[in-house]
Write a protein that binds this ligand. Structure first.
Ligand SMILES: [Zn+2]
Length: 317
């Protein structure tokens, strides 16, 4: 994403025009795993990479049930599979919501992520709740990249990819990845637009990354080959003008946190902190927005230390 790299293709022409007071782009965030199910089971519950042996995800509270108990109306709209081995845990947690809508059924008949916008617009008309939590589960930029965007976003091609060591085929795939990012820029900005005129917060992050020939001849994600490129993820917080006016001290906490190291297996602590929801399981040292946040906490992925070990691999151009 060009929001994260000045030498990348311009894949964020819309998001980069949003004022940095409203859209806070975090610079040092990683995922706890390289697969959707392994990652989201920790993002959405109090289970994390440190405690998973004692506290598996299905034995602890999840975000959806907590928000319901706190009086929120919860809606989950997904463009991932309704039934699969890849999304088992998030699917179960999704179904705890007041409303759950899946755009399709299996992996291969999925539509482009824009379908999420249509589904939301339809549901929105029926809403009259005071407090709402919406989860939009995008397909994002998963392989096969060429399946992730409509023809209008077929903008970049092999000749735009600068790497010197890639084959023509690999350059084409890299260009398809860039096109998928460009379409994702449109989808995410359209989601943000829908919350701009209300008192809202929008969090955007990926549950893992993909390695796209970043330093070796490898494409995709695999836990036995986990690399920094599979866990380094975008993480952004959008705050509407109404939110900024009403909660200036929260806005300041968000701005201050933007460069802190964070791993999203602790997302539940950060979100509950911002939302002002208190639970017994909440741990202030795990909320990146809290004064007591432990920024020195070791981030281990599959037992390997991200900062001292995984991060030491350089990208090859
Ligand atoms: Zn995934």
């Amino acid at each position: 994403m060009s929001l994260y790299s000045t030498d990348a293709l311009d894949t964020n022409p819309i998001l980069r025009t949003i004022d940095s007071r409203n859209l806070v782009v975090f610079g040092d965030v990683i995922s706890p795993a390289v697969h959707t199910d392994q990652s989201l089971r920790k993002v959405l519950t109090f289970s994390n990479n440190d405690n998973e042996a004692q506290i598996p995800w299905y034995k602890t509270m999840n975000l959806i049930d907590i928000f319901r108990l706190a009086g929120y109306h919860t809606t989950w709209i997904s463009n991932q599979e309704a039934l699969s081995i890849y999304g088992n845990a998030p699917e179960i947690i999704a179904r705890r919501s007041d409303r759950v809508v899946f755009s399709g059924f299996g992996t291969y008949n999925l539509r482009h992520d824009g379908v999420i916008l249509d589904l939301y617009d339809k549901l929105k008309g029926m809403d009259n709740h005071q407090k709402n939590l919406y989860v939009f589960h995008l397909m994002g930029t998963h392989q096969k990249y060429a399946r992730r965007y409509p023809l209008a976003y077929d903008v970049f091609s092999a000749k735009d990819i600068a790497s010197t060591w890639l084959t023509d085929k690999q350059r084409s795939v890299s260009a398809q990845y860039a096109n998928a990012l460009l379409y994702n820029d449109f989808v995410v900005s359209e989601i943000i637009k829908r919350f701009a005129d209300s008192d809202s917060l929008v969090f955007y992050f990926s549950d893992h990354g993909d390695e796209v020939y970043d330093f070796r001849d490898f494409l995709g994600h695999a836990d036995n080959m986990a690399s920094r490129f599979m866990v380094e993820i975008p993480f952004m917080v959008y705050m509407s003008d109404g939110f900024l006016t009403r909660y200036p001290s929260i806005a300041e906490c968000v701005q201050k946190a933007r460069n802190l190291p964070f791993m999203i297996d602790d997302f539940i602590h950060a979100l509950l902190d911002i939302a002002g929801i208190e639970t017994l399981d909440f741990d202030s040292t795990r909320s990146v927005f809290h004064a007591k946040y432990d920024a020195k906490h070791k981030r281990k992925v599959y037992g390997r230390d991200y900062d001292s070990e995984m991060k030491q691999v350089a990208r090859r151009y």
